[in-house]
Every structure is written in C-alpha cells, then in structure tokens.
Ligand binder design. Structure first.
Ligand code: HEM
Length: 488
C-alpha cells in the first residue's frame, strides 16, 4: 500500500494548491464532520478558485467560484459527471440504481431524459393543484402543532412528491407510503451514509467477501436488512401506481405519463421505476432543509417579511390566497425567495462528481478518479457576485446593475448543482416553494420563542448533517393571522 501510495505522488504532476497533507493519511485531519463548507470556504479564501486535498490517496477538488464550476462541471461535463463507486450504500444496501449514485452511462442518460420531460417548466402547471392542497394542509398543521413542525414538513415534502411522481394522494401523516419513505430516508441519511458515508468496505472492497461472523463483519448483516427495506421503498409505491392505473384512480403524474401508454417494455419499466424512486428520495431532505430555512428567515428578518406581506395585500388583497397567476406581480416576494435560496444554501457542497478521464486545467493536473466538489457555499458568499454577502438583504436582487450581472446573481444557477447532473426537480421545487412562501407570508406570523415569563429568547440553531444544511429541530412561535385557510 505504501509503494502504491508513493507511486501516486512521485510523478511530475502539478496539483492545484491546498492544505498540506500528512504522509499516507493525506488531509483526513483537515476535514470536519460538521459544516465542512465553512472550512472549505476558509480554504477558498486562502487558495483561490480551486483547492486540492487528498484522503488516503483519493484526490478531492473543491471548486470555489462560479466560473470554475461552470468551466469544469458544465463545459467539460463529458468528463466531470461521473459518480464514485459506493460498495456499502450502493451495491450492498440496494441504492446503486438511485440516480444521484448512478455513474454517467446509458441508463443514466435515459432516466434523466424521462425526468426532464415530465418535470420541465411546461409541465409544472399539471402539479399546481397538488401543491395548493399540500400547502394548506402544511400550514394548518404547523399552526395547530408547531412543536412537531419537522413532522409536518416531512409530510408536506413526501405528500407532494407522492402525488407528482406516483399520482397518489396521501390522506394522513400515517399514510403507509409516507411512513415507508420516512423510514428509508432516515436509514439512508443516518445509518447507511452517516457523515461522509464512507465505510471500510468502500476503501477495501474485498471485505465484502469476508464472513459476517468475523470481528467487524456486522456491516454485512446490517446491509442485508437495509437492502430489504430499500427494495420495498422502490417496489411498493411503483406497484401501487400500476394498480391505480388499472383501476383508473391514478392522478396525472410522472408515472401516469408512462403507464397510460399501456404495457411498458422491461427496460422502460425499469427506467420509470428507478427514476420515480430517485425523485422521491432526492426531494425529501432538500425540501425539508429549504422549508426550515424559510421558517428561520421569517423569524430573524421580520421587517423583510412585513414588506412582502404589504406587497401581497396590495396586489392580491386580503380576501383570497395568492396563487401562481400572481407570481409576476409580486417582485419583492421573488427577491425574498432568491435571498432565502442564497442565504440558506440547502446543499452547500453539492453532491460529488467523479472525473472519468485525466485532464489538465490551467497547467494543473486533474486525475481520472478525482472527486470534484462544487463549493456552492463559497459561491453564494462571493463578495464579487453578492456584495455584503453575509447579510440577508432581498433588495440586492432589485439593484440597478447590468442584466448579465443580475443573471449571474440568480442563486438557481448554483443551488441545484451543475451541468449534466443539475437537479431535475429544480423547476418543480422552485414553484412549490414559491407558493408555500407566498401563502406563509399571507397567513402566518413567525417569531422568536418565549420563556415562561413571556420574554423572547434566541433559539439554538445547529447544523449537524454532513450533506444538507438542515438545522436540527429548533423552537419558534407561529400565529395564524388570517382566516383564509379556514374554508379553503
Ligand atoms: C429544495 C429543493 C432541492 C434542492 C436545493 C436540490 C438540489 C440538488 C442538488 C445540489 C443536486 C446535485 C446536483 C449535482 O450533482 O450537480 C440534486 C440532484 C438531484 N435532485 Fe434535487 N434538489 C431539490 C429538490 C429536488 C426534487 C423536488 C426532486 C425530484 C422531484 C429532486 C431530484 C433530484 C435528482 C433525481 C437528483 C440527482 C441528479 C443526478 O445525479 O443526475 N431534487 N438536487
């Protein structure tokens, strides 16, 4: 192993700059399991647009500015769109066909096409009524039972995706498909892929063939148990979609678009089934994180939300809820959404891409097999694009700057990832979150929590997820300000 390691680093290759590694271990001690994006941002300030680290010889590149991410992940996308092999999570626990874990091959390309076809901007209006229904259910629940707000957000995110993807309407938080998804997503985030999600078997795949009774072999027992649940997560909602197509009860959705063609050839059936499951899986944590950011922003910046409410009252009035036809007439609300996407930054270090061919960039070596991480956090706090970047300031999106600069400021260029792997749910979620924000601003107030003596206190906000910037459950106060949801 030592010879192999030395071989990797005794060439004339010139790597981009980065923190000094230890022999063999590399930069493992430079990583943190909490808010790694803060450390990566420090590196960005020190090393510039690209930072190189390695962990046990695995090259990792952090791309710290928008131009660098566009150059490598968009323009050189043919080489920068692969995915690492994940033996434990992918092969042993049954997640290898989930699109975020799938490498860049023919099946991947076919499945992306299916998703883009049904989730593109022209199809989003098919899902508007589902979004309206889920928004109202969510707001009624959060007001009546705020301490369980995370549960209500999960119900919102899962319910919306079940209807958009599988054409199925969940009737309560105890819906079996919602519960199954929640269990599997918790397994995936907390058990299978905790922290960086790397298991010893990912580094030494031979361990997979060692007997499970050997010391350390319990991962095989766990993997077999988890795989069974993940298979149910893939198969059960799909079987239900097929049955409801036969009985004519399926709602217009991703699955119905394909099932209404009749019998699907096996390859297409697999494509639809795995694309559906991937969307269901990929939408959960991201949506939960974003809605938590909306609540935090409303709590910390009441003056901005007051302005947005006044805009809604002027344009929409007080006798109905805002709807999608109002969107173009609510420019300040749009600025709030932009700023919440930017300030919240739901997936700060994107999902890793893998380089599939050796490359040279600005005279520096990028080796085949390197992991490339877009440092979205650093981009969204880049003073050259967002002056006074640490402040929550929706007005930055109304400034009198050139159209090119304003286009560059749009956080949607970054928060949904890049190039051939950019999030296929971006248009869908930008609409659903807009409606949720507009309705929240119109009907509820959110403020800081109070002690038993009625004095406000600062809630504790902690981010401990390795991938998503999800705040742990926090306290806040919520109040219904309107009766528009009563008979809606
Ligand atoms: C708040 C909401 C969301 C955010 C911030 C978000 C963000 C992201 C990001 C950063 C990626 C990685 C892109 C890359 O590798 O360059 C991604 C991938 C993905 N997202 Fe989203 N997402 C959201 C919601 C959704 C929804 C609602 C769906 C489906 C309905 C979805 C489906 C996917 C899928 C399938 C992938 C994998 C794409 C691939 O690897 O090719 N996402 N998302």
């Amino acid at each position: 192993a030592t010879l192999w390691y030395l071989g990797k680093f005794t060439t004339n290759q010139v790597f981009p700059p980065g923190p000094r590694p230890l022999p063999v271990l590399g930069n493992i001690l430079d990583l943190t399991t909490k808010e790694l994006w803060l450390r990566a941002h420090e590196w960005a300030k020190q090393y510039g647009s690209i930072t190189y680290v390695h962990i046990f010889g695995q090259d990792v590149l952090f791309l710290n500015d928008a131009n660098m991410a566009a150059e490598l992940l968009d323009r050189r996308g043919a080489t920068y769109s692969g995915k690492p092999r994940l033996v434990m999570v992918g092969e042993m626990c049954g997640c290898e066909k989930m699109i975020p874990f799938t490498t860049y091959n023919d099946a991947f390309r076919r499945r992306r096409k299916l998703m883009q076809m049904t989730l593109g901007p022209r199809n989003i209006q098919n899902y508007h009524s589902g979004m309206e229904a889920e928004t109202k259910t969510f707001l009624r629940s959060i007001v009546s039972d705020p301490s369980n707000y995370l549960r209500h957000i999960r119900r919102y995110a899962g319910g919306l995706t079940l209807s958009v993807v599988y054409g199925y309407k969940a009737l309560s938080s105890n819906d079996p498909y919602l519960l199954l998804a929640e269990e599997c997503m918790t397994l995936l985030s907390n058990e299978m892929a905790p922290g960086p999600g790397i298991w010893p078997v990912d580094i030494f795949p031979i361990l997979r063939y060692f007997p499970k009774w050997l010391p350390g072999g319990t991962f095989k027992v766990k993997a077999a148990k988890w795989k069974q649940r993940m298979e149910e997560f893939i198969e059960k909602p799909w079987a239900h979609a097929k049955a409801s197509m036969m009985s004519g009860t399926i709602l217009p959705s991703f699955c119905s678009t394909f099932l209404e063609k009749g019998h699907l050839p096996p390859e297409e059936e697999e494509d639809v089934k795995y694309s559906a499951n991937s969307m269901y899986a990929a939408s959960a944590d991201t949506t939960i994180t974003t809605i938590s950011h909306l609540i935090l922003a409303m709590m910390y910046y009441p003056e901005c939300f007051k302005k947005a409410r006044e805009e809604i009252e002027e344009v929409v009035g007080k006798s109905r809820l805002p709807n999608f036809n109002d969107r173009a007439s609510l420019p300040y609300l749009e600025c709030i959404l932009n700023e919440t996407w930017r300030w919240g930054c739901p997936v700060p270090l994107n999902l890793p891409h893998l380089v599939t061919e050796d490359d040279i960039f600005q005279g520096k070596t990028v080796r085949k097999g390197a992991l490339v991480i877009a440092n979205i956090w650093a981009i969204l706090r880049d003073e050259a694009i967002y002056p006074d970047a640490s402040t929550f300031r929706p007005e930055r999106f109304m400034e009198d700057i050139s159209p090119e600069k304003m286009k560059q400021r749009d956080p949607r260029n970054y928060i949904f990832g890049f190039g051939r792997r950019r999030c296929p749910g971006a248009d869908l979620v930008d609409s659903s979150i807009w409606l949720l924000l507009a309705t929240m601003v119109a009907v509820i107030d959110i403020s800081k929590p109070v002690n038993s003596d009625g004095t406000e206190f600062e809630p504790e906000i902690e981010f401990d997820n390795f991938v998503f910037r999800t705040p742990k459950a926090f306290q806040f106060r919520v109040r219904m300000r309107s009766n528009l949801l009563e008979d809606a």
